[in-house]
Design a protein around this ligand. Structure first.
Ligand code: RB5
Length: 146
């Protein structure tokens, strides 16, 4: 069963928990690594924790959230092997998998409402990497990292 790791900072607890239930109901195994309280915290450590699980193969994909989705995405992308796109619309969420082979998705809980976030997650999870010419370009991203 495909395992999805979720994390967020304090700005996105409710949305993250809603998405976790939705993803589980879709038939995925969910690893929600918190946090669980709304106490102010620092998004880099939560982005890194989820990214490490994806990079190690413990989880196939990761979905992370903060207020804008920006900071936690930047932190996740610092982990080798991570390609995380921040998306506020389903089209971008689909394309970031089909063309960029994203293995993580970031969402801004202060940017999109719950219903749109669910559509974004569905678009991301239902899409598949197309390979071909896109693989050449993704390999070029990896080469920068190497
Ligand atoms: C927290 O206030 C906020 O800065 C954070 O959730 C996020 O938006 C950072 O990118």
């Amino acid at each position: 069963m495909t395992r999805i790791v979720l994390s967020s900072d304090h700005a996105a607890i409710d949305l993250r928990q809603t998405l976790a239930k939705h993803i589980e109901a879709k038939g995925y195994e969910v690893s929600d690594i918190g946090p669980t309280t709304t106490e102010s915290t620092h998004y880099p450590k939560h982005g890194e924790a989820a990214a490490r699980q994806v990079a190690s193969g413990e989880a196939e994909l990761g979905i992370i959230l903060c207020g804008t989705g920006q900071g936690i995405m930047m932190a996740a992308n610092k982990v080798k092997g991570i390609r995380c796109g921040v998306c506020a619309d389903p089209f971008s969420a689909r394309m970031t998998r089909e063309h960029n082979n994203a293995n993580m998705l970031s969402i801004g809980a202060r940017v999109v409402g719950e219903s749109l976030a669910v559509e974004i997650v569905d678009a991301f999870l239902d899409a598949e990497f197309e390979g071909g010419r896109h693989a050449t370009r993704v390999d070029m991203i990896t080469a920068i990292e190497d």
